[in-house]
Write a protein that binds this ligand. Sequence first.
Ligand SMILES: C[S@@+](CC[C@H](N)C(=O)[O-])C[C@H]1O[C@@H](n2cnc3c(N)ncnc32)[C@H](O)[C@@H]1O
Length: 274
Amino acid sequence: LEVAEVATPESMRSLETRDRIRRNFDRAAVEYAQFEARRVFFRDLLAELLSGERELQGARVLDVGCGTGASTEFLLETVGTGGSVLGLDASLGMLREARRRLHGRATFIQMDGCRFSKGLRGAFGAVVYNAVLFMLPDAPGSLACARDVLKSRGAVYISWLEGAFVGPEREPLPQIVRRKGFSPGRHALSPWPGILQVLEELFEGIRVRQFPVRLAPEDFSLFYGMEPMSAGLLPALAYPDRRRIVEEFAKEWCAEGKFVEQVWYLASARKPEQ
Ligand SMILES: C[S@@+](CC[C@H](N)C(=O)[O-])C[C@H]1O[C@@H](n2cnc3c(N)ncnc32)[C@H](O)[C@@H]1O
């Protein structure tokens, strides 16, 4: 992975964050692939994001944060034989699973999702971020790269997690984490406030809608029990402890008959005509 060209305290912090997240995904790659095989979670999310989109057929698409290839596989089916997909991810562990899953049907590359425009300007008809953008240390920088690599009138598609709520009273998950004596993290919990503002600065024709996803306690445990997801929830704790606490939450909500509702946002926008 590239390092910052000019090392400032801010750029170093952002690289440290990226590398911490990358290592979490490296270690979780096999479990993530197993979770997706059982639950078909991320594929369904992308299917919802792209529902009704006709013009991706035959397109060249960039899948930013392609992970174990769940999004890439759906994109390959969507673009069809005339199109192609390039999957980009920071985590070699995740890319290894993606290559295993797709056997040469797509091209994969290890790259930072915040800085990827070099050599790719104007190369894509669409850029997709499925469950990725809100965990990037420099999301505005990433969206600026997306704009650069798009052709004129090319489209960007983004799904991001805006929050999670528990039970019929819809108590916010971070509030529960705090009430139980832990400090909640940012990823996947509190909204990253800038996405819409940055989209408005760089793109046009923005469309956004909410997509609620209901998780039974068992699914909550599988999802947030994974190393990177649990780091978003309980960042101050070491991993085995994070997983144990997630399992305790799930057990409690199972006994109380409570569900968790994640609120995802689905957005699309277009690069202005040049
Ligand atoms: C929740 S997964 C989503 C994967 C995939 N899009 C899917 O639909 O299954 C997030 C992915 O973003 C990747 N990621 C996180 N930070 C990144 C960064 N700075 N650059 C590139 N990829 C990153 C992780 O390695 C992980 O594979």
